[in-house]
Every structure is written in structure tokens, then in C-alpha cells.
Ligand binder design. Structure first.
Ligand code: SAH
Ligand code: SF4
Length: 392
């Protein structure tokens, strides 16, 4: 980790919003839920279709939070909305910008909990990495988030809200009447932040439906990637009910090693996981699955591992994403040497699979994969517990 790179940090001192008693936050409601909420607030049934379309467009296409600015609604209707609803996204407590342009937002959600959201600009795209839980119930031994116990699931509004607050910060909302700008700063979303998205299934699904909706943020389902540690019973459901791209935290080629790295393997082992994955591309009508493989020195990075890996996934349309291990304080592993990573990548590539090595981004601000953790959460494990779980 290079701490010498210049870092800019500005603590945004936004005024703390007073809790507005009893009002429903519209952010994160699906179309059906929003329709029901508008009717419950007194919108005549005859008008609800039109009103739903208008409100949806203001909130998700234009990013407007204040009902007074929803100028194609009558004054009375705006007042009715303001009486019952708010349009709120989680508060950004601080924003750090890495030397490489990566932005890490510390985001405060209801109850004073915090999660992290990371924006990674690249030449041809901008990827937003969002969190789905505060902490994680799983205890992958190489993952910083895994050292933090689960505090709670994020609501759909808090998940959609991360996309909205990033667009706020990047100044990406279109202006009414301006020519359409096709270049997007947040062009891709990855559910690879804190938490296991398939253990918060309904909220993640509803949030992604909002994000994919063509009248709003309008991200195609092929620009959303959900990463799972391998929650087998939810994988087919994700194909049917979300339909986004899938990434799997594979990380090992024997059950013995995977049990140690990704302990949920003891519940659904490599064979069970692969059997389920074989159906995913067909069920979700997507091209291929990304296998994520963290490179840990002398643990899972041998030539024999690379050969076993390609044998195991034979027949599954796949890309193998090699992730150099990102260190964090107290981590019980080391990153594999570059020559080792390249030799591993070469074997995988020669077997016919794309094998990109993921360039660590935002390391100087601890924004890289697996480094996210909210420092404020007290429930954390000791380094002894971490080492014991890693079987060290
Ligand atoms: N819970 C989900 C998504 C979040 S983790 C999952 O496990 O898939 C996103 C990716 O970062 C996963 O592939 C995870 O295994 C990987 N990761 C976790 N800790 C890491 C670390 N310290 N270095 C590199 N990658 C890590
Ligand atoms: Fe949870 Fe994913 Fe980290 Fe495992 S790698 S502890 S599933 S966030």
C-alpha cells in the first residue's frame, strides 16, 4: 500500500437533516410501491398513472429532491406530495479522492451506521461499487469487511441512494431542455462493496429494478454486476428476478482451501456451486460469468491451481478476473508476486479464457476490493479471531 500518494479529503459538512416524522421516503420504492403510496396519499386513481410517471422522472431522471421544483405538477399536488413524502438519499460524511481519481464516499445511513461507496473512473467507463449490507455475516478470511459483524441490511432506498449520491457528486443529472448527453460518468454498477448481496435479496432486487428502469437512471442490466460468495439457493433466483451479470468469488480450486478462504463453502461446496452456475447464463440470458480469484501468496496461486481451475469450470462461459490481494491492517495473507500472477494468468489464458488482472484502484485511500470497512463500527473481531478463522 502506498501512502505517499497525494490524497485530498474534504469533509462535507452538510447540515444534518431533521427527521421528518411520518413521511415516506420515495427513493427505493418500486413502481408498484410508488403507485400504492401515491394513491394512499390521496392521488385520484384516474390520475395515478400520469402522476407516477411524472414523479418518477423528476426523482430518477432529473435527480430532483424538492417537490417545489417539480414544475409540471400543480401547486396543490406538489403540496400534497410534500405533506406525505420526502425524497432523500443517504448523507455523504466524507469524500476522499485517490491519486488515480478513484473516489471513496463514507455514507451515513439511518441509525448512524456507515457504509462505503467507491467510484472508479476508467477511460471507457466509470464504475460505481456499492454496498448492500453494513458488515457481513460471512467471514472470508482475506476480506476486511468480513472482520466486521453484520449490523444490518441496507434498504432498497439506501442502495439506490448510493447511485444517486454519486451522480450528485459527479454532477451527472441531466438538465431539463438540454441536449441529451450520451456519455455517462456512472456507466456501470457493481455490487462488490460491503456485504453479501444475495443475503439481502429483496432489497437488492428492488433497488436494481429502480436503477435499470428506462424512464430513470436507466442502466442496462448488462452494466450491472452482482458479486456473490456463492449463496447457491439464491443464484437461480437472481437470474430470474434481477437478470444482471454475475460474478462469483471463487478463490480456490479445492474444497479444503476454499473452506478456509470462503467458509460458506462448507455449506455449498465447489461442485454444488459449479452445478448451479452452469445454468446461470441460460436463465439470465447473459453471456458469461466472471470468476473472481484473489491471488494469495503460497495459498492458491500455484500452476497446479491454475490448471485445476480451468478443468473445474470447463463448459461454463467464463472470464477469470485475477485480483491481486489488497492488504489491510492485520491481514493474515500476502499478495502473490507479479511473476506468479502473470504465470497463473497465462495458463488460464492459454486454456481459452480471458484472464485480466484487476489493477488495484484507490489503494492509497483503502478503497480497493476487500478493504472496505466502517471504522466507526465497534463490533469487530480481534486479529486472533481472524487468524483462527483463516486456519493459521
Ligand atoms: N460479498 C460479495 C461481494 C463483495 S466482495 C462477494 O464476496 O463476492 C467483492 C470482491 O472482492 C470479492 O470477489 C471478494 O472476494 C474480493 N475481496 C475481498 N477482500 C479482498 C482483498 N483483501 N483483496 C482483494 N480482493 C478481495
Ligand atoms: Fe462478505 Fe464478500 Fe467479504 Fe466474504 S468477501 S466476507 S462474502 S463481503
Amino acid at each position: 500500500m502506498t501512502l505517499s500518494a497525494p490524497i485530498t479529503q474534504d469533509v462535507l459538512t452538510l447540515p444534518r437533516k431533521l427527521p421528518e416524522g411520518g413521511k415516506t421516503n420515495l427513493v427505493g420504492l418500486t413502481r408498484d410501491q410508488l403507485r400504492a403510496a401515491l394513491i394512499a396519499a390521496g392521488t385520484p386513481e384516474k390520475q395515478v398513472k400520469m402522476r407516477l410517471g411524472q414523479v418518477w422522472q423528476w426523482v430518477y431522471h432529473f435527480g430532483i429532491r424538492d417537490f417545489a421544483q417539480m414544475t409540471n405538477l400543480s401547486k396543490d399536488y406538489r403540496a400534497l406530495l410534500a405533506e406525505h413524502f420526502v425524497v432523500e438519499v443517504p448523507e455523504v460524511v466524507s469524500r476522499q479522492i485517490s491519486a488515480d481519481g478513484t473516489r471513496k464516499y463514507l455514507v451515513r445511513i439511518a441509525g448512524g451506521h456507515e457504509v462505503e461507496t467507491v467510484y472508479i473512473p476508467e477511460e471507457t467507463r466509470g464504475t460505481l461499487c456499492i454496498s448492500s449490507q453494513v458488515g457481513c455475516t460471512l467471514t472470508c478470511s482475506f476480506c476486511h469487511t468480513g472482520t466486521q459483524k453484520l449490523v444490518r441490511n441496507l434498504t432498497a432506498g439506501e442502495i439506490v441512494g448510493q447511485v444517486m449520491l454519486a451522480r450528485d457528486d459527479l454532477g451527472e443529472w441531466p438538465v431539463a431542455g438540454a441536449p441529451k448527453d450520451e456519455t455517462r460518468m456512472v456507466s456501470n454498477v457493481v455490487l462488490m462493496g460491503m456485504g453479501e448481496p444475495l443475503y439481502n435479496f429483496e432489497n437488492v432486487r428492488d433497488a436494481m429494478q429502480v436503477v435499470m428502469d428506462g424512464e430513470g437512471i436507466s442502466l442496462s442490466r448488462r452494466r450491472i454486476t452482482l458479486s456473490t460468495s456463492g449463496i447457491v439457493p439464491e443464484i437461480a433466483r437472481a437470474a430470474e428476478e434481477i437478470g444482471c451479470l454475475l460474478a462469483v468469488s471463487f478463490h480456490a480450486t479445492t474444497d479444503e482451501v476454499r473452506d478456509r478462504l470462503v467458509p460458506v463453502n462448507k455449506k455449498w461446496n465447489i461442485k454444488t456451486l459449479l452445478d448451479t452456475l452452469r445454468d446461470y447464463p441460460r436463465l439470465s440470458n447473459s453471456e458469461r460469468i466472471t470468476f473472481e480469484y484473489v491471488m494469495l501468496k503460497d495459498v492458491n496461486d500455484s500452476d497446479a491451481d491454475a490448471r485445476r481451475l480451468v478443468k473445474l469450470i470447463a463448459g461454463i462461459p467464463a472470464k477469470i478476473n485475477l485480483i491481486p490481494f489488497n492488504e489491510w491492517p492485520g491481514a493474515p495473507y500476502q499478495r502473490s508476486d507479479w511473476e506468479r500472477i502473470e504465470a497463473f494468468a497465462d495458463i488460464v489464458y492459454k486454456a481459452g479464457y480471458a484472464s485480466p488482472i484487476r489493477t488495484p484502484r484507490g489503494e492509497d485511500i483503502m478503497a480497493a476490493c476487500g478493504q472496505l470497512k466502517s471504522a466507526t463500527e465497534r463490533a469487530r473481531k480481534s486479529s486472533k479471531e481472524i487468524a483462527a478463522e483463516a486456519g493459521l
